[in-house]
Ligand binder design. Structure first.
Ligand code: COA
Length: 189
């Protein structure tokens, strides 16, 4: 069964399971309306964040029944964001493909932390999980995420026009992907 060895360490960050005590850090960014504009969920209450942390603290081995793993991203002892590995393809759960995602606190933006964490996910997906394809779905208006996908070397594969009813409006979905035989670890420091 696929298994992600945590924590994952990068030059500046530690990607680890959530644990009790993370609630305040997570609330600080997930309660900001601009942060959740393009991701599921509304600005969260403290109680909702506590549930989220508890649920994710139990996350471990990935399998068809539990295909998603969300990791806290710690910078100098503070959780500044969270990232997602989801074993899925366009048709749903698929152990040979990984969808990645990210959410970061606005006050740490512009330092490459999200890129660094996402690069670690790409590396783990190809080198440890051995998947065939890593992909992301992004609303084209979400320019920081579009740029992040481009920095990861992902190909923009297409845009589905108004394919998603999301937060009260029809929205476009852009798809980005990288195949295993296109992955060059050297581009993923
Ligand atoms: C998407 C999101 C994580 C991107 O944040 P970000 O700060 O732009 O991304 P990074 O942390 O990788 O930083 C990259 C920026 O820092 C700059 N930077 C500085 N040092 C850097 C470094 N060492 N490495 C890479 N980039 C660096 C880059 O030039 C880039 O700026 P630019 O986009 O203006 O060119 C953030 O906007 C977010 O959390 N949004 C809300 C949640 C969301 O929408 N999630 C995605 C749903 S699909």
């Amino acid at each position: 069964m696929p298994h992600v060895r945590v924590p994952i360490t990068t030059d500046r960050l530690v990607l680890r399971s959530f644990r009790p005590g993370d609630e305040a850090d997570v609330f600080a960014y997930r309660s900001v309306p601009e942060v959740v504009r393009f991701i599921p969920g509304d600005p969260r209450t403290t109680d909702e964040v506590a549930d989220l942390v508890a649920e994710r603290a139990s996350a471990g081995r990935l399998d068809v029944d539990r295909p998603a793993l969300t990791l806290a991203v710690e910078l100098g002892g503070r959780v500044v964001g969270d990232v997602l590995i989801h074993l899925a393809g366009p048709n749903g759960v698929d152990l040979r493909q990984v969808e990645i995602g990210w959410v970061f606190a606005p006050d740490v933006a512009g330092n490459g932390y999200a890129t660094e964490a996402a690069r670690a996910l790409v590396r783990v997906s190809f080198e440890e999980l051995g998947v065939h394809r890593v992909w992301a779905r992004v609303e084209p208006r979400n320019e920081p995420s579009v740029r992040l996908c481009e920095r990861l070397g992902m190909r923009r594969e297409g845009v589905l026009k108004q394919a998603s009813w999301f937060k009260g409006e029809w929205t476009d979905l852009a798809f980005y992907a990288l195949l295993a035989d296109e992955y060059r670890p050297a581009q993923q420091p």
